[in-house]
Design a protein around this ligand. Sequence first.
Ligand code: TXA
Ligand code: MG
Length: 346
Amino acid sequence: METVILGTGNSQEMRIAIDQAVDQLERGSIVGLPTETVYGLAADALNADACATIFEAKERPSFDPLIVHVSGEKMLNNVAEIPDEIADVTYDLIKEFWPGALTFILPKKDIVPDIVTSGLQTVAVRRSKNKIFSEIVNSLESPIAAPSANRFGSISPTSAAAVFTELSGKIPLIIDGGACSEGVESTIIKIEPSQKKKPLIKILRPGPITPEMLKKFGKIDKHQHSSEESSSLTSPGQLDSHYAPNTPLKILNSPEEFDCDPSKKYALLSYRGQKKDGYLELCDWTHVETLSPGSGKLPEAAVRFFFSLRKLDELGVDEIISEPIPERGIGFAIMDRLKRASYQFS
Ligand code: TXA
Ligand code: MG
């Protein structure tokens, strides 16, 4: 299959791209679409056969459920139940963070095919704030199931070119909406009612909506599940090894941990590219990729993270070495991805 990339550089191109994407989705096909977090591989969420094609193209195991993207509260109510005990906090969070990178786990309605939720009685729902994505879900008038548009377990795509690298030949169309503005996947939460005043907000996957931003709405449980714990009880697709490059990746806790083997080629993933942090002169790096040059800004580091990891993976070095990222704000989500990306090499 030939994979076409359509640009959206001017209003005419944008119109054509949106129309073609809607047309493909209506016909039960799958399309690579930009969102503010990462690129998604989209299908009509109410079309079970189309959703099955997502699993095939990504080589994704059937136990890993998809996120359903809605155009607003009306569509949300078509796919999910909002239990009375958590209605107030759920609507408060929607008011604050939608459209945006916050995904809710809620009881599903029968209209959602079982394949979308991997047979679970709950569904993951979010509303994207990307303009192109929003127009497409509005015109389709049906919710869109979209996991990240990468092969299962591999690095998430934050550009149309990265989607092409991952899935060319397997999907007919990619809409190029430029680089993603957030750079890491949405925060996934599950709200549990509590006898106490504040409900419990369990963070199943950290993301752009940080614990600091959520804490005024409830008691936060960061819920870092251990590998022994059954992951089917938490977020089924959150495997210890994920987002992995082909090149071995090691995260350092401090510069002293690194022993440079002069016969090997190394690349460095640096947080802010500053000598005083102690990593730049540890070795004769083949390449240094800096996430946030200068003073170090975590949102900027998040935007560049998957893009940088992909670039380092393409250099053909023996090992990628990463500086640690401060685990505050969105840094918590970046470190979560880094740890999973290095898991199989540790
Ligand atoms: O930002 C994002 O969320 C991106 C964009 C494209 O929207 N999507 C994304 O999808 O990251 P994906 O498939 O790569 O990750 C979705 C994860 C699953 O791996 C699973 O852990 C969790 O969402 N999930 C989906 N349905 C769930 C459910 N019913 N209960 C618990 N976790 C669920
Ligand atoms: Mg993913």
